[in-house]
Design a protein around this ligand. Sequence first.
Ligand SMILES: [Zn+2]
Length: 457
Amino acid sequence: MDEFLRFTPLVQERVWGGRALETKLGRPLPPGGRPIGESWEIVDRPEAQSVVVGGTFAGQTLRQVLEKHSAEIMGPNWPAEKPFPILVNWLDCRERLSLQVHPPAVVAAKLGGEPKTENWFVAAAEPGAHLIVGLKPGVTREKFEAAVAAGTAEACVNRFPVAAGDSVLVRSGQVHAIDGGNLILEIQQNSDTTYRVDDWGRVGLDGKPRQLHVAESLQSILWDEAAPQVVKAADKFCMLAQAREFQILYTAHKTGAKLDFDAEEGPCILSIVKGRLTSAHGELKRGDNILVPYSASFVLTVAEDAQVLLTLGFCGRGPHDNEHIKEAENCPAEDLAATWIEQQSHDDGEDWAIRRVTQLCEPVSDPEEVWPIILRLVELSINDQRLSDVAAGPLEDLICNHGGQIISRVEIQAKMNPKFRRCLSGIWGWSSMPEAMQARIKKVVGDEKLQLPPTGS
Ligand SMILES: [Zn+2]
C-alpha cells in the first residue's frame, strides 16, 4: 500500500481543559466555549474508536481495519483481535490535573486494571508551567500516606519547570500530574486505568468532588523509582523515550527534505509537532498524528521546517530468529531464571533463556521486568562461578543500561543480602559504567571479592 492512515480526532470535555487546541493548533472545536481537555488522536478501545479519514479505509474504525488487515497494518505476527497498543492524545491543561498513578503490570493484574506507561512531549508551555513526576527522595509509603490524608501530598512530589520541546517518560507506578499552562502530546500504552490520589480540592464538571482511589494508588506506586529524566528535543535527531512498550524518536527537517517510508520496516506513528509536510495523500500540519502501516511505502516532503516525533517498537519484536524466543517471552520469571542457571551450567548449545534475559536488560527494555529475575538468579546460584556469571552478565548489563533507575535498589539489596553483595563484587566490565556509578557500587561492595572470571571469559 502507498498510504498512511489518518483519523478524526475525538475531543473530550474535561474540568481542567481549555481551548488551546483551537488557539494553538488551529483546530475547530465544538462551539460554546466548553473546556476541552483531551483530543484522542489514535485510539482502539471498546468505548472509543478512531475513524479513518480519506483513503482506502475511509469511514472504518481502527478496530474494523485491524480485524481485516492486521498483517498489512501491524506486520505478519500481529493477532487481528489484539487492540492497537498505543493511544495518542493531545492534552490541553488549562488547570492542573489530578495527582494520579497507573498500576505497574504486576499490580494491575491483581487490581483488575491495565498498566500504562506514558510519554509527555510539551508542545507549548506558558511561562512558569510545571510538571509533576515521581516522589522526592526519601518519601516512604508511610510519609506519603500521611501527607495525602493531611492534604499536603504536593510537598512529597517532584515538581519541575518545563518549556516547549521538553519530553518526559512517566512509567507505570510513578505518581504524576500536569500543571496548568501545558499543551502536551501524550503517547501512551492503550489503557484506561487511572488511580487518583489527590484532586487538589477541586470539584468535577457536575459540581461534586471526583472519586479518589488512595488505597489502589498506594499499592501501585513504586517507592524507590529514580527521578524522571527530562529530555530536551534538540538537534536533528534525538531519542525522547525508550520504554519496553514503545520508543519515541524526535527528528527535525528543513524545508524541501524528503521523508521516505519503506514497506516492512514495522508500523510507526508520526506526530507533527511543528511545520508542514505534503504527500500524494494530502497535507500534514502541526498537531496531526498518523499511523504508518507496516506494508506502506510512500514519501513525505517537508513544505515548511518541521519537527516530527516517530513512535516505534510498539508491536514487540520482529519475526523471531528462533522458535524458542517466542516461548521465552511467555516464560514466567521463575522458570526463566531456573532455565538460565541450567543453560549456564551445561554448555549444550541451548541458550534461549540466556538470550532472553540479555534482551530484557537492553536499554529499550523495562528494568522492572528483569530485576526480580536477577534476584532469583542470585538466589539460585549454588557457587561462586554462577554468581560470577550473573554479575558479569545480566547484573552488569542492567546497571550499565538502567543504572539511574535501579542503583538505589542495588545498594539496598547489597546491604541486606550478603550473597547479592558477593555477586555484585564479581562485576567485570567497569569500563562501560559511568564513574559515579562505579564509585557507588565499589562503596557498597567493600572488601568482598569474587575471584573467578565469568564462564567463557
Ligand atoms: Zn497518567
